[in-house]
Design a protein around this ligand. Structure first.
Ligand code: F6R
Length: 608
């Protein structure tokens, strides 16, 4: 949940570290720090607060000269955000320095042991244990000390480490937390994620679990936990570098919402070939598809909401029973995974700890796992038996928009493919769904162009205390995402309810002026949801409705109506979510919240 970077080369390290951290701030932003080796000693500056505080303290890096260093941006887990808990962390003499992403689960036991051996702790973090344990094992050979350390640690980690008596080297290692290494003509780098090093190189090595790397300015050597040298091949990253910059937009979230037409198109168009759906990288044969008897879609947060929608799509089109599980529940609930089950893990980052654990749980039980993943080469992409990529490009804003939209598209494509292979979908229906899918990008664009109207409406609700979202079927799944978007970036309490459930308790929360957002896109359910809107309206609610063009009947029960263009009934989420994203965004900026970096949240949840 934190971001780490490291650099060793010809140039001053500190500005490169600060620049790398600025691309990783989405991973955590309650404190930051850097440590740079100046040839004689390791100097460190760290501070609570955003990266800009660190940039000021270090005079944009000028206060820490040296050509090798490591840096960290933190999302607190052990110990509150504070200067002292910020990383890096030193051993007692200041000769070993460490940055860490992940959680050391047995840190309390190790801490007690180290205290008994005379070590003193200055912070409350689990990471400080690592610095002292390295000190304890270190006899002049960094590799040996790191391997011994790894044998003692339980939990997840990616470390960047510098040893003062090994000038010209930095070390990195990982287990269950992401870590990449980049090779450039100006030096070598480590980072938690690709955007941090894109400016310097596109040639990247993915470090696997329990691998160690030693970097010097002109070389990199990889080892396994037994300290044996191993070979690794670089991967070329072909992301557009501008995709990781704001490019004139006020916020990443706004930019990413505007990138949705392209992201959606990039995700479906290479897969539609000669009127058929071909998902080249996936490696599931028609026989494999026919053999599937049950699907589990497992994910967290917004990715889970795409699964909630696509349960209806898979069941409706391919007639396969689908269960949708939160990864944090699935991993512990001992699910019944019989032969013929396919587990689909949906994830933007490919590093979400619970989703990764759910994947491993399914694999342990010999059930094939298909990962729907955005980040190429991420842990879930590598560990899943089959992968289907979403082509959203880098998503920086903590609140997902474009990755969410592409996760929907990927699952629509899969459901259609499954339906076709299993003989559940007539040709005309398939062709007409493909046509509807191809129209989605321009329809999304059209909805985005209505942003001023939604902004005016949103401005009326910046002081709201509670907002409810209601819908039935797919509309309920859309409501869940609309509600999450609003609460995570505006801090307004919000809940989504299946509209039919209101009268079983929730309706007692409705007061004069409470905002209820109703999603009404499923034709066969129009009348039912409209009755629920009437019920809340007659109890004083103000009702905003999102519905398909032509469904003017909702106007009788709504104070404000947003129309979405007509599309296939299984695709309405892709359109209805756009005004709800805009609504959340404008309420958030109306309240003066930090839209891209909401409090207490981080983009990539690599801890449990
Ligand atoms: C909300 C949001 C989160 C993520 C969730 C899963 O806007 O972004 O709810 O959807 O943390 O993350 P990934 O998709 O990276 O597994």
């Amino acid at each position: 949940m934190c971001g780490i970077v490291g650099y060793i080369g010809e140039e001053q390290a500190a500005p490169i570290l600060l620049d790398g951290l600025s691309k990783l701030e989405y991973r955590g932003y309650d404190s930051a720090g850097i440590a740079v080796y100046n040839g004689t000693e390791i100097q460190m500056i760290k501070s609570m607060g955003r990266l800009k505080v660190l940039s000021e303290l270090t005079h944009d890096g000028a206060k820490l000269p040296g050509t090798a260093g490591i840096g960290h941006t933190r999302w607190a887990t052990h110990g509150a955000p504070s200067d002292v808990n910020a990383h890096p962390h030193f051993n007692k003499t200041g000769s070993i320095v460490v940055v860490h992403n992940g959680i050391i689960e047995n840190y309390l036991k190790l801490r007690q042991k180290l205290i008994r051996r005379g070590y003193e702790f200055v912070s409350e973090t689990d990471t400080e244990v690592v610095a002292h344990l390295l000190d304890y094992y270190y006899q002049g050979n960094p590799l040996e000390a790191i391997a011994k350390l790894m044998h003692r640690l339980e939990g997840s980690y990616a470390f960047g480490i510098i040893f003062q008596d090994h000038p010209g080297e930095i070390y990195a290692v990982r287990k269950d937390s992401p870590l990449i290494v980049g090779a450039s003509s100006r030096g070598n780098l480590i980072a938690s994620d690709v955007p941090a090093i894109l400016k310097y190189t596109r040639s990247v090595y993915f470090i696997e679990n329990e691998e160690i790397v030693r970097l010097s300015k002109e070389s990199m050597t990889f080892y396994n936990i037994d300290e044996e040298e191993i070979e690794k091949q670089p991967v070329t990253i072909d992301w557009d570098i501008n995709a990781a910059e704001k490019g004139g937009y006020e916020h990443f979230m706004l930019k990413e919402m505007y990138e949705q037409p392209k992201a959606v198109r990039d995700t479906f168009s290479p897969r539609i070939k000669d009127g058929d759906i071909v998902i080249e990288e996936m490696g599931l044969s028609d026989e494999d598809i026919k053999a599937v008897k049950k699907i589990y879609i497992v994910a967290c947060g917004s990715a889970y909401h795409t699964g909630m929608t696509c349960k209806y799509v898979f069941e409706g089109l391919a007639r396969i029973p689908v269960e949708v599980d939160l990864a944090s529940e699935f991993r512990y609930r001992n699910p019944i995974l019989e032969p013929g089950t396919l587990v689909i893990v949906v994830t933007q980052s490919g590093e979400t700890a619970d989703s990764l654990a759910a994947l491993r749980e399914a694999k342990k039980r010999d059930v094939p796992v298909l990962g729907i993943v955005n980040v190429v080469g991420s842990s879930i992409a590598r560990e899943a038996d089959h992968v289907m990529y979403t082509w959203a490009g880098p998503e920086i804003a903590v609140a997902t928009t474009k990755a969410y939209s592409t996760q929907l598209i990927a699952q629509y494509l899969l459901a259609m493919k499954f339906a076709r292979v299993r003989g559940e979908m007539p040709d005309e229906m398939f062709a007409s769904m493909l046509e509807d899918m191809e129209r989605l990008p321009e329809q999304i664009e059209m909805l985005l162009s209505n942003k001023e109207k939604i902004q005016r409406f949103a401005n009326r609700y910046v002081a709201a205390r509670d907002v409810f979202f209601i819908g039935r079927g797919i509309d309920y799944a859309i409501s869940m995402e609309g509600s999450l978007k609003l609460k995570e970036i505006s801090y307004i309490h919000s809940e989504a309810y299946a509209a039919g459930e209101l009268k079983h308790g929730t309706i007692s929360l409705i007061e004069e002026g409470t905002l209820v957002n109703a999603v009404v896109t499923q034709e066969e359910l129009f009348k039912k949801t409209i009755s629920n809107m009437v019920e809340v309206k007659s109890r004083g609610a103000c009702v905003m409705a999102v519905t398909q063009v032509g469904n003017t009947e909702v106007e009788k029960a709504a104070d404000y109506v947003i129309y979405i263009p007509k599309t296939n009934r299984y695709f309405t989420n892709s359109l209805a979510i756009i005004p709800l994203q805009l609504f959340a965004y404008y309420v958030s900026i109306g309240k003066g919240c930090d839209v891209d970096k909401p409090r207490n949240l981080a983009k990539s949840v690599t801890v449990e």
